[in-house]
Write a protein that binds this ligand. Structure first.
Ligand SMILES: NC(=O)c1ccc[n+]([C@@H]2O[C@H](COP(=O)([O-])OP(=O)(O)OC[C@H]3O[C@@H](n4cnc5c(N)ncnc54)[C@H](O)[C@@H]3O)[C@@H](O)[C@H]2O)c1
Ligand SMILES: O=C[C@H](O)CS(=O)(=O)O
Length: 484
């Protein structure tokens, strides 16, 4: 099966069947601006139809034995891995990331499904000690109900499975809306899910107008849960809409991650880990480093090591072998990145490499930006407060541990933070003081199936991953019985 076949069948999935509409919307390849496909332009009506299918499927799906639900998920994971080489070019074409990153993302996507297939079997309750004679207090866990899942464009495969797998494992049925920039990989993953023989209606996918679909789902009392990954702005809107019916919410929103490099750190290790994180997916990662604080004594050496690494990175169409950095998702994202870099330079930052759009030759038509390292950055510059979401590494310097922890925490966001040091006591001291949901120490890899992923403050509520991610789709029920 080739990539075109996946695109030819780019339709919604409702009640186990493919659905199309007369109206459609285009999917654009960000590496050259060309149209690569069309998907249905769904709205409130289709959204409601999807909820009806999920609502009707819920009693049977939630009544299956956990090990039966696990079988569908295991088959789904196997199919994703079996097809990853065909799906990776599809992901790259609509999202832009290099082919190796797309393959890696599909492996991660499958790992969430596999992990939740196992975890489905471990949902259990508790028997509590009685307060009165002959009293039996039992706590059970039950699926929340129909769950609405809204996914972003930056990790369009992994975010689908990080939400859908725990929801289905818990016994929820789902309606999912992928981002308009990257619906094709979500549709392909759903096709594989349907091929597992999943009962009709247990999982439904709608593409189209985000706010119309969102309003239909948030206003529908049959939907009991919404799980969203994307911008803080949209997350807040969904939270307000969810309040009307007190729906459960999980929000994974923006970040402004600091990376703190202390003078005693292994600088080569720090530079490599920071560069890997910062330039992955062209810097479009919610837990991507946004501010690099280097202790004054090592700031210049860290900058030189970073610049040397960045200069070796090849920018181009992700589909081509040997490319390290693809295009940004669209031109307005590129304009935003350039606005932030220009503001920093105007306010005195030193451009060490990059700092401009790439528009000529092989870059023509795509939204490419030269990977950038800036030194002499300070807090007056907008890029230290806003999420850059692009291939830009801004380096600030600091003198004391107290000062840098305070600066790192000066943000309304609280998703991820990183620190590099050889001092074990400092590792614990600083990790505990950082006001973020996740802290990486001497490394930047945070997203694994077994660990909770998520933020505090305006970076979101709830967690994905691990048994915590499953809890998001379960309700506790206390049964207190008198047995005399
Ligand atoms: N946390 C993350 O992983 C993440 C992912 C993507 C974008 N972002 C942040 O968001 C910024 C803007 O990106 P974006 O505009 O694509 O994000 P976005 O929040 O607009 O989109 C994310 C998802 O929400 C949907 N959506 C948008 N408006 C909606 C509404 N009113 N109701 C229901 N669903 C709605 C989108 O269609 C998409 O599926 C980025 O620059 C970045 O800062 C963060
Ligand atoms: O961008 C947000 C994602 O959650 C990043 S990751 O796939 O978890 O690394």
């Amino acid at each position: 099966m080739n990539g075109n076949t996946w695109m030819d069948e780019a339709l919604c999935w409702i009640n186990g069947e493919r659905r199309t509409l007369f109206e459609s919307m285009e999917v654009i390849d960000p590496s050259n601006g060309e149209r690569i496909g069309n998907v249905p332009l769904g709205g409130a009506e289709l959204a409601e139809e999807a909820v009806t299918a999920a609502w009707e499927a819920f009693p049977a799906w939630s009544s299956l034995l956990p090990r039966e639900r696990a079988c569908y998920l295991t088959r789904w994971a196997e199919k994703i891995l079996q097809h990853k080489e065909e799906l990776a070019p599809l992901l790259t074409r609509e999202q832009g990331k290099p082919l190796a990153e797309s393959t890696g993302e599909l492996e991660v996507a499958a790992s969430f499904v596999q992990w939740y297939a196992e975890e489905a079997k471990r949902v259990s309750g508790e028997v509590l000690p009685p307060y009165k004679p002959n009293q039996r207090i039992t706590v059970i866990r039950q699926p929340v109900g129909v769950a609405a899942l809204i996914t972003p464009w930056n990790y369009p495969a992994a975010m689908v499975t990080r939400k859908a797998a725990p929801a289905l494992a818990a016994g929820c049925t789902v309606v999912l809306k992928p981002a308009k920039q990257t619906p094709l990989i979500a549709i392909a993953l759903f096709r594989l899910l349907m091929e597992t023989g999943l009962p009709a209606g247990a999982a439904n996918l709608v593409t189209g107008a985000a706010s119309a679909i969102g309003e239909a789902w948030l206003g529908d009392p049959r939907v009991r849960k919404v799980s969203f990954t994307g911008s803080t702005e949209v997350g807040k809107k969904l939270m307000r809409q969810a309040a009307d019916q007190v729906k459960r919410v999980s929000l994974e929103l923006g970040g402004n991650a600091p990376a703190i490099v202390f003078g005693d750190a292994d600088l080569e290790r720090a530079a490599a880990a920071i560069a890997d994180n910062k330039f992955e997916n062209c810097g479009q990662m919610c837990n991507g480093i946004n501010r690099i604080y280097a202790e004054e004594t090592v700031a210049e050496e860290l900058a030189e090591r970073m610049v040397a690494k960045v200069k070796q990175m090849r920018v181009g169409p992700g589909i081509r072998p040997g490319i390290h950095i693809g295009p940004l998702i669209h031109d307005s994202a590129r304009r935003n990145v350039h606005r932030l870099v220009s503001d920093a330079v105007e306010k005195g930052a030193r451009l060490r490499t990059g700092g401009h759009p790439l528009t000529e030759g092989e870059w023509a038509g795509g939204s490419y930006y030269a990977p950038t390292v800036l030194t002499g950055v300070d807090e007056s510059m907008d890029l230290t407060r806003e999420e850059v979401f692009g291939p830009v590494a801004p380096i600030l310097s600091f003198r004391t541990e107290e000062e840098v922890v305070d600066q790192a925490n000066q943000t309304p966001y609280g998703l991820a933070a990183y620190l590099f040091t050889r001092d074990v006591a400092r590792t614990h001291r600083v990790s505990e003081k950082l006001e973020f949901g996740m802290v990486g120490v001497n490394g930047t890899s945070l997203s694994v199936p077994q660990a909770p992923f998520g933020g505090i403050k305006e970076s979101g509520v709830g967690r994905e991953g691990g048994r915590y991610g499953l809890e998001e789709f379960l309700e506790l029920k206390t049964i207190t019985a008198m047995v005399d």
